[in-house]
Design a protein around this ligand. Sequence first.
Ligand SMILES: [Zn+2]
Length: 376
Amino acid sequence: MHEGGTDARSSGPERRGAGWSLQIGTALGIPIRIHLTFLLLLLWFGFAATARGDSPVRAIVFLLLLFACVALHELGHAAMAARFGVRTREIVLYPIGGVARLENIPQGKAELLIALAGPVTNLALAVVLLVALLALGMPLLPGSEAALSAGNFLHQLLLANVVLFAFNLVPAFPMDGGRVLRAALALAMPADRATSIAATIGQGIALLGGAAGVLSGNWMLVFVAVFVFLGASQEEAFFRRRAMVVGRTAREAMITRFETLAPQETLGRAADLLLATHQQDFPVVDAWRRVAGVLSRTALMKGLAREGPGGAVLEAMVRDVPWIEPTADLEDVLRILQTDPSIPVLVMERGELVGMITLENLAEFIQIAEVRKATA
Ligand SMILES: [Zn+2]
């Protein structure tokens, strides 16, 4: 599985790998983290094996090897993404699988190849394991007499990779197969039609899977089906939002009428402005019209609590503010804002502040574009 940075899901508390995850290494320059709940899974696997009378060490080693295959699957996505110039921020391994967080997911052939690269990695691993079994002269079907042999171990890993390959290619979001289907359809038709067809197919599969789960009493299948159904609607909403901003520039969406503050002004004056206007974030501009930072509502409140209304804006403002040129793609702005919605993106032309874009006003822009499209 893999996600693009524009995806709302990647703006959660784990977007920087902080909290609940532990970095275990780096591959291809990408930090690889495990979610802490993964350690619970290891313990549970060990206990379950002991209860069955199996070796807990063997069970844990198998689980670690299995997750190495999942990590390689994610690295497959990342390596293909790198070929299209897309960076991967991190790979996180959860007990239910891995996620490669890409900075963005390009459209067209690149999307198709990036989505395919993960499952294909599992297929390649399966072939390698198959060759290893043949080279070791072992039967291709595991015999019950060798339950604890190395051959059985290889068989289990081979089977796991075949399952990972097949399961990920089920054509439903958020599985890789959903993206493969969408990208393949988009090569032959407009992107938004491809997205709704792919989402409908994904939801259909989820409904069938859910019904089969209820009828057979397999609640795990019902759980996965609900997850896939929600994933499909989320993915469709995301692609719709993106379709509305593709090809548009920052200039078209930016706020041009707004108040600014000077660095030496007081927080009391900033609080007055907050009440008197609709504005939540105030760019801080010095006497030479250079941007020094932004005083967001959160920063203002913190500053007021710390220093009172007499405190200076300079002390409370956020200094590291993202900025772009008026000709920049609105898609990039959407990505920046969804990664960090706490601060607006400033629009600068030849070093001078000409506008700003907040997540709220970008949402308005998307709404207007949707209404216009519906009535066109
Ligand atoms: Zn994948």
